[in-house]
Write a protein that binds this ligand. Structure first.
Ligand code: GLC
Length: 473
């Protein structure tokens, strides 16, 4: 089976969040199962030179975008056994960031068109195009409109994966003919609430629709999570499936990870303490391995539930704990955590920015991982935290609900601490429960063991993807 993944991120070439992790690991897992999975991405300015220099030029061709006729170069590299293709157009992709430009609609319409045109020159003939997020959503749309009678294309099947329904690719209605090159007869297909909505177009036209956890697949049929697309999701629920993401367990491995102060595994989890002291030392916290460290790592945006943390912050700090924060996002959140780090001196440190090395040190050196998201399609951080024996405190939503089960001291089952409502007092209750478990050494040992035993490898999910591909193949 030949599958081409289309995405705007794939680790290690381009990554701003979980999408990069997923596309950096799932194709390789499928490959290990005998599927010829490859990946195609834009050739960004920020891709490291060491990869660029190993890329092989395959061909160039031109891409029609409404009245435009635009250059596209095609490059190839093999990484970790997987073939990655890159589409080159400096005007669209030689920019400092991946997203956030006035012409993003045009940039990714171009990318989608270029992907389809590239199939004409590639010696790889994919049977399934697996598209991810709104930036690649026009691919199934074009296949079902402009290309529906083209024998080179009309047997190709599509999967569209929603990693986060908050980002839909909504643009002015004038985009239709001037940029997308679609005639009026297709306006309805891709319009929602008077806007051109790329994601809506893909939901309607793809052969299979997936999202990144079973709970999120259910949640996006409700208005609270569906962000306006809930009715469209419901109409297409017959082809929707939620498949939980996995993590790269080789990349995140406390037994082998070279960034750690000391390696550890389930039978010598004592070594985790050395990572804690190392973290305290590096971040200027009081070195005392008896104090529980709470970590917050990730994008500082509203749906991560940061407001709940802010609401209870003083009460949280009344406990004998330390706090470590790493991430970027909304300025008011960044400022809040910076100010608190200043106020609390050697009990707290905030690093604004992102460093995967520091992130790993935090996963390994902390005791608790706070992730009270309002919505969370899957979430990978809670899985990585568990892998390093750090206990997630999460709200029961999306992938958090599907990966974290509440610890019960009575029967010793459960790998984290959970709460239900979007309510800061409930979060505080969860934190207090967590601290109680921490100080009860019997509970704590069981909880850490349960965390380290949790399996979030891709094994199960790869099987689910494969059986879904089989259904349309
Ligand atoms: C998005 C979601 C996150 C998910 C990731 C990978 O970033 O917000 O929950 O884990 O995509 O699918």
């Amino acid at each position: 089976m030949r599958i081409l993944f289309l995405s705007t991120e794939a680790d290690p070439f381009a990554k701003s969040g979980g999408l990069g992790d997923v596309i950096g690991s799932l194709p390789r897992e499928l490959k290990d199962q005998g599927i010829d999975a490859r990946v195609m991405l834009p050739l960004y300015k920020s891709i490291k030179q060491k990869y660029i220099k190993d890329m092989k030029f395959i061909s160039d061709f031109s891409v029609d975008l409404a009245w435009r006729n635009i250059y596209c170069g095609l490059f190839e590299i093999e990484y970790d056994g997987v073939t990655f293709y890159f589409l080159d157009n400096e005007y669209y992709f030689y920019r400092d960031n991946y997203y956030g430009y006035f012409d993003d609609g045009e940039r990714f319409a171009y990318f989608s068109k270029a992907v389809l045109s590239s199939l004409g020159v590639l010696d790889f003939k994919p049977e399934i195009l697996h598209c991810n997020e709104w930036q690649t959503a026009l691919i199934p749309v074009y296949l079902k409109t402009l290309l529906k009678d083209d024998p080179n294309y009309n047997t190709i099947k599509t999967v569209f994966t929603i990693h986060n329904i908050e980002y839909q690719g909504r643009f002015d209605k004038n985009l239709l003919s001037d940029i997308l090159g679609l005639s009026e007869e297709f306006r309805n297909l891709i319009t929602y609430n008077n806007d051109i909505n790329f994601m809506k177009g893909a939901i309607v036209t793809c052969d299979k629709l997936t999202t990144v956890s079973p709970t999120y697949a259910e949640e996006i049929t409700y208005s609270f999570y569906g962000r306006g697309l809930e009715e469209i999701i419901k109409e297409n629920q017959y082809k929707l499936k939620g498949i939980l993401n996995g993590i790269d367990t080789k990349l995140y491995d406390p037994e082998k990870d070279k960034t750690l102060a000391a390696n550890y595994a389930i039978n010598n989890s004592k070594n985790k303490e050395m990572n804690k002291k190392d973290l305290q030392k590096n971040l200027g916290l009081k070195i005392d391995s008896s104090i529980p460290i709470f970590a917050i790592v990730g994008r500082m945006v509203e749906h991560k539930g940061i407001d709940m943390i802010i609401n209870i912050f003083e009460e949280l700090m009344n406990e004998k704990i330390q706090v470590v924060v790493l991430g970027t996002g909304m300025k008011e959140y960044e400022d809040f955590f910076k100010k608190k780090a200043y106020d609390y001196g050697d009990r707290m440190n905030t690093v604004i920015g992102f460093s995967s090395e520091l992130a790993t040190k935090i996963y390994a050196g902390s005791d608790f991982f706070l992730m009270p998201s309002i919505s969370e399609p899957c979430g990978l951080a809670q899985m990585i935290a568990l892998r390093y024996g750090t206990i997630p405190i999460v709200r029961e939503t999306g992938g958090l609900k599907d990966s974290i089960s509440a610890f019960s001291p009575e029967n010793g089952i459960g790998n984290g601490i959970t709460f239900k409502s979007i309510n800061s007092q409930d979060l505080l209750g969860a934190v207090k429960r967590a601290i109680k478990f921490y100080w009860n050494k019997d509970n704590w040992h069981v909880l850490i063991k349960n965390a380290l035993k949790s399996d979030f490898s891709w094994k199960q999910s790869t099987k689910e993807y494969m059986s879904m591909y089989e259904e349309i193949y």
